[in-house]
Design a binder for this molecule. Structure first.
Ligand SMILES: NC(=O)c1ccc[n+]([C@@H]2O[C@H](COP(=O)([O-])OP(=O)(O)OC[C@H]3O[C@@H](n4cnc5c(N)ncnc54)[C@H](O)[C@@H]3O)[C@@H](O)[C@H]2O)c1
Length: 264
């Protein structure tokens, strides 16, 4: 595919909120039939009803659920995006293993299951995009599970791109820096967090969900791009990740100065 606008259905997993919802809106505005799949089916239904899209209930960590989604979506599919992601904060020496597994499950295994079950529905010219993060390349104290999962996505995308290239299917990732969404809202309310992010962002501002959606539309039609993780962060990858853990510790430490356990 070169320069041709894709004409099939788009499926957006995690499409009910934040960046995923912006991608759904951009695809619908571009005239694509869209399926909005999310664990939060009520929110998926609301957005789908507004846009004339199809809602679907899905847990991206559950292989049967992902397989059932791709068996049931109607018509030819040409673009699949997985934006589902969660994070927990906790030092590696304190983080409960079940919280580690949860983040890896949603952020990394979910992307694997998406690729595995989306690929059979895609013809040559189709593509898959997954949401990575600035944390794929920048470590952050207290974010070991999230950083590890997002770093793993880079290699998953490269292997998938190699395996699916003979069928003409492309696989790419977008790695955003700070974008205001429900995922980041709580930490941005803590004193110092946003200022620290922006001090480490050469272009001096957060991104918008619409800017990430623009990149997704580009990946959908970029017929010669595969195996790529696109850093989209105002240049933040050139500097260092802010000390979110330190800000949270200072904001929530008891007056006595005792160290609490930093997991949530
Ligand atoms: N917001 C940012 O600053 C930022 C920065 C870098 C990367 N990202 C990544 O972008 C993606 C989207 O983040 P967002 O900020 O829009 O978050 P969000 O919380 O607004 O949206 C995430 C969506 O994923 C859904 N979801 C979560 N677990 C799921 C599961 N198991 N199955 C199906 N759906 C599930 C949620 O219901 C929600 O609708 C995530 O992968 C996140 O890691 C976000």
């Amino acid at each position: 595919m070169t320069g041709r606008e894709p004409a099939g259905r788009a499926v957006v997993i995690g499409g009910a909120s934040g960046i995923g919802a912006a991608i759904v809106r951009a695809l619908a505005a571009a005239g694509a039939p869209v399926t909005v799949a999310d664990r939060d089916v009520a929110a998926a239904r609301t957005l789908a009803a507004e846009l004339g899209a199809e809602p679907a209930a899905l847990d991206v960590t559950d292989e049967d659920s992902v397989a059932a989604l791709f068996e049931s979506v109607p018509g030819p599919v040409d673009f699949v995006v997985n934006t589902a992601g969660v994070s927990v904060l906790g030092l590696l020496t304190e983080l409960p293993a079940d919280k580690w597994r949860r983040v890896l499950d949603v952020c990394l295994t979910g992307a694997f299951l998406t690729i595995k079950h989306a690929a059979p529905r895609l013809a040559a010219g189709g593509s898959i995009a997954v949401l990575s993060s600035l944390n794929a390349r920048q470590p952050a104290i207290g974010m070991g599970a999230y950083c590890s999962a997002k770093a793993g996505l880079g290699m998953l995308v490269e292997v998938a791109a190699l395996e699916l290239a003979p069928r003409g299917i492309r696989v790419n990732a977008i790695a955003p820096g700070l974008v205001r969404t429900p995922l980041t809202a709580a930490s941005l309310e803590l004193p110092g967090v946003e200022a620290d992010y922006l001090a480490n962002t050469p272009l001096g501002r957060a991104g918008t969900p619409e800017e990430i959606a623009d990149a997704a539309l580009y990946l959908r039609r970029a017929g010669w791009l595969t195996g790529e993780t696109l850093d989209l962060n105002g240049g933040a990858h050139l500097l260092r990740y802010p000390d979110v853990h330190g800000h949270i510790r200072r904001a929530t430490a008891p007056a006595a100065g005792k160290e609490p356990t930093w997991t949530r």
